[in-house]
Design a protein. Structure first.
Length: 140
């Protein structure tokens, strides 16, 4: 595209240097606008090429990301289990409701996802309900 820019620039200079040319200003305006449009297209093309390269690089890194994310999730679940178990010992009423939003063990806003806390607390709640239902059936 650089050759096109040079060609257009030469053409613009040629028109500028002509002493007698009908509609000289209009022609210059049109040529400059055309050059500007072409330069914008080149710019957007180069940006899209760069974005495509970044996307391809990210796709190459996806297996590593998945492995690290899986490790992070398993660690989070382990700590969520520990935290909920400790909290249930002190306050078993937490199992009375199903948790769909953020289950927080403190008044401090947590900068990490609380899905693992919710899932584990809800699974404990489901286990308690199942055991209560089994016991009720046995008593009948």
């Amino acid at each position: 595209m650089g050759g096109y820019d040079f060609y257009k620039q030469e053409k613009i200079e040629k028109v500028k240097n002509q002493k007698v040319l009908p509609f000289k200003e209009k022609i210059l305006k049109m040529l400059n606008k055309d050059l500007e449009i072409k330069q914008e297209r080149v710019k957007y093309y180069n940006e899209s090429i760069e974005k495509q390269k970044q996307k391809e690089e990210m796709e190459k890194q996806k297996p590593l990301y998945d492995k690290l994310n899986q490790s992070y999730t398993s660690s989070l679940k382990k700590y969520a289990k520990q935290a909920v178990d400790e909290f249930v010992e002190k306050n078993p009423l937490i199992l009375c409701t199903k948790h769909t939003s953020h289950l927080s063990l403190s008044n401090v806003e947590m900068p990490y996802p609380t899905n693992a806390l919710n899932e584990y607390a809800n699974s404990l709640r489901d286990d308690v309900i199942k055991s209560q239902n089994k016991q009720a059936i046995k008593e009948m």
